[in-house]
Each structure stands twice: as structure tokens, then as C-alpha cells.
Design a protein around this ligand. Structure first.
Ligand code: F6P
Length: 328
């Protein structure tokens, strides 16, 4: 599609919120003003596009949002946008507001929406990888992942105190949907006895052997990190299996859940979100449509959204090897 003249852009956050989304919105709005664009905030993701919950942003709209968790534009997972009728309503509302292009901040579902919309209506869109899961191809790290790992590690440290006091074995479940990135990082960073991720199955026998070896080595506590999306079940199911085989172990389960999504973004996430937000606007102005902007080896990279959502982001084999060395 040929380049169009862009004067008004819309920005939205969609899917699960992630720390750093506010910093990303702020960067989009500020960059928009810098390049003399009008910027519109679209509330509750695609739902706001369908319901015309669209408001013009000014510099006050983004005051003191950089340091806040969540997303002040709010977020939603829109079922209606998955239907052609929903997307038609959304398109009509964009046109009535005169919006020429979009910046979509979210995970793979959100970027899929932007891609479809571009294909159907030719609305140029740049996606920003905003998800704690870090499961998007085309960027080394996603906005929110670093903060979520820090939050998880802080929580696990606290559990470690009580686990050690009582000589207990804890199974701690972390988020990540179908991906083990949070589990690997939180596991390495909290000296986990084992890390169970969906991408690499660890047989129960191997886990039991690991625990026995640690018992011989007189380890005072054991923390096993379980990624939520594993085929053998989450922390509760795995703990149940182990409890049956090792009845003398004092086993507890903690599911960290949504606390991993909240909190002020880390310095890293603020910086990443800010760089990507500005680059997204510049990308649109340079005719980069239907792409996701990410950072690879410290360089800004634009990847077709289709690849970002379809191609698999692989877990780092080296990290897994290191995790294994450290946990035995
Ligand atoms: O994609 C982010 C995420 O937090 C996943 O890690 C998790 O599986 C999912 O969202 C939870 O979604 P919801 O908040 O809709 O329950």
C-alpha cells in the first residue's frame, strides 16, 4: 500500500495489561506532538473503537503516567472485534474521528487485530510488544517482562524465608500463558531447585531425582518454579503428583497470579517502552505499516506483524543449561 499522509493517530492498549504500557502511551503521544500530529486515546482497546470511546489527548492527559503500572487507557480482550460487524463499527468510528493510523500496544491477540484491520480496511498500524509473557517474535524483550520478573523474584524471596524456616518444598506457579520466559528468569534469579516450562518437559522422575540429590546435599528449602501453561498441569497438579510419591515432604503451593502484572514499571521497562513508543510514530511517518517495532541486539527493528504473531520465539537453550547447572 502506498504511503498516506498521516495527521491524526489513535493509540490503544489491549489484552492483558503490562507495566510500562503507560510509558509507551506517553511516548506515542509526545512523539505525535513533536511531529505535529493530533493524537487520540482509544479506551479499553478495540472495545473503545467499537463504542467510540475515543478522546483527544493533550499534554495533561499524560502527566505523571510514566511511572504508573497498569494502563490509564484501560484494556480489554474484545470478542466483538473478532467479528466482521465489530470491525466495521470500529472502522466507522475511526473515520468519524478522522483517525488515519493506529499504534496498538499489546500481545499477540492485540497485534492480530491490528493486522486484520489493516488487511480489511487499510488502516496503517504499528504494534508495540506489550505483554509480561515475552512471547513475541521480533523483539528480544517485551514491555512489562522485566518488571514482572522482578515482581515474581521479590515474592519468591519472601516465600524462600518461610520455606527455609519450615524445611518445606514449595511449588510456585508463575504466569506466561504458553511460554516459559518468566519461569526461566524468575527461576534463575531465585535459585530455584527446578524450573518447569511448557517448551521442555521435565519428567517427574527427573524432578524427584533432583530433589533427592538436594536432600543429600542438605539444602534447607526447595523452590520449584512452574510455568502456568505446562501440559502436565500447573503447580497444584504437579505438587499433588509429587506429594503422592514423597509423602514425607512438607509441600506447599503458591500461585503468584495477577500480582505479576501490577506495580510501577522498572527502569528497563520505562526505557524500552519510551524508545518503542517514539519509534512506532516515526515508523508510521516513514510508511512502515502492519509491523511490530521491537528491539533486537539493542537496535530498533520493524517486523511484519504476521511474523511476530506466527513465528515462534524460542526459549534460550543457554539459559536453560545455566539454570540446570545452578539448580543441581
Ligand atoms: O498475557 C498476559 C497474561 O497475564 C498471561 O500471562 C496470563 O495467562 C493471562 O494474561 C491472564 O489473563 P487474564 O488477566 O485475562 O486472566
Amino acid at each position: 500500500m502506498e504511503n498516506i499522509t498521516i495527521k491524526k493517530i489513535g493509540v490503544l492498549t489491549s489484552g492483558g495489561d503490562a507495566p510500562g504500557m503507560n510509558a509507551a502511551i506517553r511516548a506515542v503521544v509526545r512523539a505525535g506532538f513533536y511531529y505535529n500530529l493530533e493524537v487520540f486515546g482509544i479506551y479499553r482497546g478495540y472495545e473503545g473503537m467499537i463504542n467510540n470511546d475515543i478522546r483527544k489527548m493533550d499534554s495533561r492527559s499524560i502527566a505523571h503516567v510514566l511511572e504508573r503500572g497498569g494502563t490509564f487507557l484501560k484494556s480489554a480482550r474484545s470478542e466483538e472485534f473478532k467479528t466482521p460487524e465489530g470491525r466495521k463499527k470500529a472502522y466507522d468510528n475511526l473515520k468519524s474521528n478522522g483517525i488515519d493510523a493506529l499504534v496498538v500496544i499489546g500481545g499477540d491477540g492485540s497485534l492480530t487485530g491490528a493486522h486484520l484491520f489493516y488487511k480489511e480496511y487499510g488502516i496503517p498500524a504499528v504494534g508495540l510488544p506489550g505483554t509480561i509473557d515475552n512471547d513475541l517474535f521480533g523483539t528480544d524483550l517485551t514491555i512489562g517482562f522485566d518488571t514482572a520478573c522482578n515482581t515474581a523474584i521479590q515474592a519468591i524471596d519472601k516465600i524462600r524465608d518461610t520455606a527455609t524456616s519450615h524445611d518445606r518444598l514449595f511449588f510456585i506457579e508463575v504466569m506466561g500463558r504458553d511460554a516459559g520466559f518468566i519461569a526461566i528468569n524468575a527461576g534463575i534469579g531465585s535459585a530455584a531447585a527446578a524450573i518447569l516450562i511448557p517448551e521442555k518437559k521435565m519428567p517427574v522422575e527427573m524432578l524427584l531425582e533432583r530433589l533427592k540429590n538436594r536432600e543429600k546435599a542438605k539444602k534447607e528449602s526447595n523452590i520449584v518454579i512452574v510455568a502456568e501453561g505446562g501440559k502436565s498441569g500447573g503447580a497444584t497438579e504437579i505438587a499433588e503428583k509429587v506429594r503422592k510419591i514423597l509423602p514425607t515432604y512438607d509441600i506447599k503451593v503458591t500461585i503468584l497470579g495477577h500480582l505479576q502484572r501490577g506495580g510501577a514499571p522498572s527502569a528497563f521497562d520505562r526505557t524500552l517502552a519510551s524508545k518503542l513508543g517514539v519509534s512506532a510514530v516515526e515508523g508510521l511517518l516513514h510508511g512502515k505499516y502492519d509491523v511490530m517495532v521491537g528491539v533486537i541486539n539493542n537496535k530498533i527493528v520493524f517486523t511484519p506483524i504476521k511474523r511476530a504473531i506466527v513465528d515462534d520465539k524460542k526459549v534460550d537453550e543457554d539459559e536453560l543449561r545455566i539454570a540446570n547447572i545452578l539448580s543441581t
